[in-house]
Design a protein around this ligand. Structure first.
Ligand SMILES: Nc1ncnc2c1ncn2[C@@H]1O[C@H](COP(=O)(O)OP(=O)(O)OP(=O)(O)O)[C@@H](O)[C@H]1O
Ligand SMILES: O=P(O)(O)OC[C@H]1O[C@H](OP(=O)(O)OP(=O)(O)O)[C@H](O)[C@@H]1O
Ligand SMILES: [Mg+2]
Length: 304
């Protein structure tokens, strides 16, 4: 039975966003028991229920207030927003966080053999897509008279099947386009996964829970982007070493103990949290300066 006091979060049941959304929830300390067949998953340590649905349904569930939060790709969210605005339906929501996964772009692609100069080359043509509202908005902005043909799947085969002249579909590595003899020409929309909340106010308890979870999400994302770097360096080269380390304005500098030889007494240990990873080239430069024992460690969690 559903319990209205528990925070309801919609996530994609099975697809590109599922694993990363669940991994993020687990990383922020929410224990989940997910059984593949079940639509609802309960958290065992927080008053949270997950509603596992097709991603197409998530914007509507949030905009209708059926769920409190949702993890969704901006492409799907914007498309559904335009669709609902056109149908004069409630389309309000709040974006809580832009996340670090689900990165892709909605692009126009044409068969390799088709002559394409710019978007005007599509004048009078048919373009197959799962995102007709985003595509038609793009055509309108560019003053192009082309027709969006709605397909819910297999968009990339539409030109070969004679259903359309070109396509407008999601691209990440470009492998799907290449495998289908298509060439990416114009980006219509850049997208990432986002966490959204319904527009109507939550109960005080639910809002307090959301407010407690958001800094944890920030901490997880920040930690993934950061590295903990430790190394030994000649004391005389401290400034040069600092200038090579990304984000090392305030490193911890520690004396080394237990070394008898005179050289080592002139060496220090440097610890620094870097906002970027350390490239091999930089490590080679540090080595050339006389640094040793260079360690680059992942960070699991961070809180300012
Ligand atoms: N190649 C990709 N790389 C990264 N993110 C992607 C990629 N393709 C899609 N996405 C993002 O993930 C979302 C879900 O993609 P997916 O292909 O799983 O959707 P779907 O087939 O519509 O699934 P569903 O069965 O839930 O309707 C997309 O709307 C987009 O935001
Ligand atoms: O540029 P690429 O790296 O090849 O990625 C793009 C493909 O990924 C997505 O599909 P997905 O693989 O999720 O399968 P689906 O279309 O069956 O949902 C998207 O719909 C593209 O077809
Ligand atoms: Mg879908």
């Amino acid at each position: 039975m559903s319990d209205s006091t528990r925070l309801r979060i919609a996530i994609q049941k099975s697809g590109r966003l599922s694993d990363d959304s669940i991994a993020l929830l687990k990383a922020i300390g929410i224990k989940l028991q997910i059984r593949d067949r079940l639509l609802i998953a309960h958290s065992t340590n927080e008053p949270i229920d997950l509603l596992r649905v097709r991603d197409d349904d998530i914007p509507g569930l949030v905009m209708d207030g059926v769920v409190d939060l949702g993890f969704i790709g901006e492409n799907e969210l914007e498309e559904k927003m335009l669709e609902r605005q056109a149908a004069k339906k409630q389309a309000a929501f709040n974006t809580l966080r832009r996340l670090d996964y689900g990165g892709c772009r909605l692009s126009i692609a044409v068969p390799n053999e088709m002559a394409y100069e710019n978007i005007k080359s599509l004048e009078g043509k048919k373009v197959a897509t799962t995102y007709p509202f985003l595509l038609e908005r793009f055509f309108a902005q560019k003053n192009v008279n082309a027709q969006a043909v709605m397909l819910t799947g297999s968009v990339e085969v539409a030109p070969r099947a004679g259903v359309a002249d070109a396509i407008c579909d999601l691209v990440s590595t470009g492998a799907t386009l290449e495998a289908n003899g298509l060439c990416e020409e114009d980006v219509v929309f850049n997208s990432k996964a986002v966490l959204i909340q319904k527009a109507d106010a939550l109960s005080d308890e639910k809002q307090a829970l959301v407010s407690r979870l958001l800094p944890r999400i920030d901490g997880v994302i920040q930690a993934k982007e950061s590295k903990y770097i430790m190394l030994h360096a000649p004391k005389a080269y401290l400034e040069q070493v600092k200038s090579l380390l990304p984000g090392a304005e305030n490193p911890t500098v520690l004396a080394l103990s237990g070394h008898e030889n005179a050289d080592d007494s002139e060496r220090v240990a440097i610890h620094v949290v870097s906002s970027e990873t350390l490239f091999w080239e930089t490590m080679e430069k540090l080595k050339a300066l006389g640094c040793s024992s260079i360690l680059v460690l992942p960070i699991e969690k961070m809180m300012g």
